[in-house]
Ligand binder design. Structure first.
Ligand SMILES: Nc1ncnc2c1ncn2[C@@H]1O[C@H](COP(=O)(O)OP(=O)(O)O)[C@@H](O)[C@H]1O
Ligand SMILES: O=P(O)(O)O[C@H]1O[C@H](CO)[C@@H](O[C@H]2O[C@H](CO)[C@@H](O)[C@H](O)[C@H]2O)[C@H](O)[C@H]1O
Length: 467
């Protein structure tokens, strides 16, 4: 344990114990908490570090959250003030028994600016190590604000120069996001935001990455926002023009995005190597797809009704010609993970699926998984406008036409750089897309139940109509 200093009124270990007692009720209210669909049985403080002493107080806390048979580590940045509470959003507030208010401090710029300064300095504070990447000369004294987009972690933008991602669910070792960003940066990749620094903690004797600092792209547009704007313009165009003739056509961007993703795959293979796998691996991939299907079907009955139709589609992957080249991939690629800058597309967030285990994230995989993720995302972009709307076959057909055009453009661009069109592996791609859709059913069930119909409708359509 670290950080035994005293808070002005409450001894530090007592404060930490009180926080741990309040967290089972508070954690599920946070967007980034991944276990909202299961009861929390206990929260244990694992380590705590005082980053700012006195009033205000800034405490870094790592807790182990227990849910059924799961034990997961999360990090929290806790602020506390004896005087007036800062202007932080209400859900950030964590009320303690004796009336003391602590709060999730990522929205308090007076407290978070020290994180950048500590990285610039290369400081060690108890169990926390703050570093800048070699050659990075960081500005100091900048204030930060948290980004407001939907995310699984918490990101703070310093000035308009840097973005610091604080990983919420912690995995042992150096985070894959940081490892892959460093590897891509070293070989000069132009499709990533430059990594500039990191924060790590020692937890149970092991190094754990808790933060990654990158160059912030203030001029960038989010791929999801661009794509959904294009769908909306197309579906609400009173002239009824086809997508290729409508003003906001996205296919040129989808094509360039396909090229960018194939370039990143080639760079990852060059930087970190590939491994050829045989039939055994196909069997274990199939087992994991079937396992996920069983688990999610048990939670979401609407998926269970498709399970019999899904299994034979998954089994077709066994017909894929071996050996297959596997490598490091993005792991959770979708339109919200790509940014369009004036120079082209950038890929973000190489951490993999938020719910994946450490071993799953570390495993090499076929790049077709990322292609499947992005194809799912074009489907999502098209379908999200239909959520909660009365049935309208014409609009539904329009959404399908938009998705088809952009999926094809993406594959054309990918094939142009990779030298092989992903659609040539149609059976494997369909199985991977459906496996991703099963993941999305679990994700939406836990996080956005109103969107559950999006992946469910895709699964129903693909298994009945094949598209
Ligand atoms: N370097 C950057 N420049 C500009 N915006 C960024 C940058 N990195 C991330 N973002 C924005 O932050 C959002 C969340 O980042 P991401 O790394 O995907 O976090 P999470 O892992 O929590 O989903 C992105 O969708 C993007 O809008
Ligand atoms: O938080 P992450 O970006 O790491 O990813 C998780 O959240 C995503 C949603 O924010 C989720 O993506 C799903 O919804 C997207 C639209 O919001 C869509 O573009 C994706 O295709 C769909 O998978 C992602 O699955 C989840 O891991």
């Amino acid at each position: 344990m670290s950080g035994q200093d005293e808070h002005p009124t409450v001894p530090r270990d007592e404060l930490v114990a009180q926080l741990a007692a309040a967290l089972p009720a508070w954690l599920p209210t946070q967007r980034w908490f991944g276990g909202k669909d299961r009861e929390i049985t206990a929260v244990h403080p694992v380590s705590w570090t005082t980053l700012l002493e006195g009033d205000p107080l800034l405490l870094h806390l790592v807790v182990r959250v227990e849910q059924d048979d799961r034990r997961e580590l999360y990090q929290l940045l806790i602020g506390s003030r004896q005087s007036q509470l800062p202007n932080v959003p209400a859900p950030a507030s964590i009320g303690l028994e004796d009336g003391l208010t602590c709060y999730e401090a990522s929205g308090d710029a007076d407290l978070t600016s020290c994180l950048l300064d500590l990285m610039a300095e290369g400081a060690q504070v108890e169990a926390l190590t703050f570093e800048h990447e070699s050659g990075a000369d960081l500005a100091t004294g900048l204030r930060a604000h948290p980004i407001t987009t939907e995310q699984s972690n918490t990101s703070l933008v310093y000035g308009s120069q840097y973005i610091l991602k604080l990983f919420r669910k912690l995995v042992p070792g150096v985070n894959k996001d940081l490892v892959l960003h460093r590897a891509l940066h070293e070989i000069g990749s132009e499709q990533i935001a430059e990594p500039l620094g990191s924060i790590s903690a020692e937890v149970d004797g092991e190094e754990v990455t808790i933060g990654m600092l990158q160059r912030f792209m203030p001029d960038a547009a989010d791929g999801w926002v661009m794509a959904t704007t294009s769908v909306r313009d197309y579906l609400t165009d009173p002239t009824g023009l086809p997508p290729e003739e409508s003003g906001g056509d996205f296919a040129g961007e989808a094509y360039r995005l396909g090229k960018a993703v194939a370039t990143v795959h080639a760079d990852l293979a060059r930087a970190l190597g590939t491994e050829e796998v045989g039939e055994d691996r196909l069997h274990s991939v199939l087992d994991s797809m079937l396992g996920r299907l069983e688990r999610v079907s048990a939670q979401v009955p609407e998926l269970a009704q498709h399970a019999d139709a899904l299994r034979p589609v998954f089994e077709r992957i066994l017909d894929a010609p071996v050996p297959i080249a596997t490598q490091f991939i993005h792991g959770d690629l979708h339109l919200g993970q790509v940014l369009r800058t004036i120079h082209g597309w950038l890929l973000l967030d190489f951490e993999g699926e938020p719910a994946a285990s450490h071993a799953e994230r570390a495993a090499l995989a076929s790049p077709l998984r990322d292609v499947a993720g992005m194809l799912r995302s074009f489907d999502y972009a098209a379908q999200q406008l239909l959520v909660g709307q009365p049935e309208d076959p014409e609009r539904a057909a329009g959404a399908m036409a938009w998705a088809r055009r952009n999926r094809d453009a993406f594959c054309d661009g990918y094939g142009k750089v990779a030298g092989r069109d992903p659609r040539e592996s149609a059976d494997v791609l369909r199985a991977l897309e459906l496996d991703k859709a099963v993941y999305e059913v679990a994700y939406e069930h836990a996080n956005r139940p109103e969107w559950l119909t999006v992946p469910l409708a895709s699964i129903a359509r693909i298994v009945t109509e094949g598209e």
